[in-house]
Design a protein around this ligand. Structure first.
Ligand SMILES: [Zn+2]
Length: 270
């Protein structure tokens, strides 16, 4: 059966300059390996269109889809990390690789949407240098290289003082009001703030988990009305045509694989 892996990276995973502690180092190495292996990087739109039967298997042959989560400035801007030095942004790593190889490239970036939440997260979880901005979203989207997508209003993050229970989980987002607040509000903000011909289409569950209500009731009932086409977990599996659209699996860098050899093993399952 034809199947496609979706890979996920976190640009704020910077704890050194080795593959295992820095997703920037990992992404650059993985792109090189993926290219040498002869795999194609396709867009999420291409994957979803194949999944829904609107594109043939040839579109996804030897294909992989790239995503990243949380939307810090490390995704887009090169920044001088106070402990680890200059970090090439994910966006510029893609551009470097494209300039070197001419390969088609694309990454879908699931951003945390709430401006207030990003200010607090920047202070409490990042470095406190205001490196969780939305000023680059429109440029990333317009580039054709990095699409912006919905990673919820505030990630229901444990350091925030709103509706979370300090348990770093999205499972308590379990009624209509909470889902509207996290997902609908984020969809509307993205549509209003990203310039050009843009509509938010994809949602990634924060922490990769969800309540039964969100996954099996809210999204099936209201997802299409919110213009959502699919939702993504962090279950480490490939996507095939039987995969449920509200439970698309993804592999996570430095969780499900820790070097290019392990990623190669994942890719060659396809
Ligand atoms: Zn996240």
């Amino acid at each position: 059966m034809t199947q496609v892996p979706i890979l996920t990276y976190h640009a704020n995973n910077i704890n050194g300059m080795d593959y295992q502690n820095n997703d920037h180092v990992a992404l650059a190495a993985d792109l090189k390996m993926i290219h040498e292996l002869g795999f194609n990087i396709i867009t999420m739109d291409e994957l979803v269109s194949w999944h829904s039967g609107d594109a043939s298997d040839s579109v996804v042959k030897h294909a992989v889809v790239l995503t990243c989560d949380d939307g810090t400035d490390f995704d887009y801007h090169d920044l001088d990390h106070p402990h680890c030095g200059w970090q090439r942004s994910f966006f510029n790593i893609l551009k470097d690789h494209q300039a070197r190889t001419g390969a088609r490239l694309h990454m879908t970036n699931f951003v945390i949407v709430s401006p207030e939440a990003r200010v607090t997260l920047d202070q409490k979880c990042l470095i406190g240098k205001s490196w969780w901005q939305d000023s680059w979203w429109s440029a990333a989207q317009a580039s054709g290289l990095m699409d912006i997508a919905n990673h919820s209003w505030d990630h229901n993050h444990g350091v925030l003082e709103n509706n979370n229970h300090n348990d770093d989980s999205f499972r308590c987002i379990a009624d209509k009001a909470a889902c509207d607040q996290q997902i609908k509000q984020a969809q509307e903000f993205l549509d209003q703030h990203i310039l050009g011909d843009y509509q938010s289409k994809y949602f990634a569950y924060p922490y990769g988990n969800h309540s039964d209500y969100l996954r099996f009731e809210y999204l099936p009932e209201f997802g299409k009305g919110l213009n959502l086409k699919a939702a993504f977990s962090t279950e480490p599996k490939h996507v095939n045509r039987d995969t449920a659209i509200w439970g698309m699996p993804r592999y996570v860098c430095n969780n499900d694989w820790h070097n290019t050899e392990q990623l190669k093993d994942i890719l060659l399952q396809a």
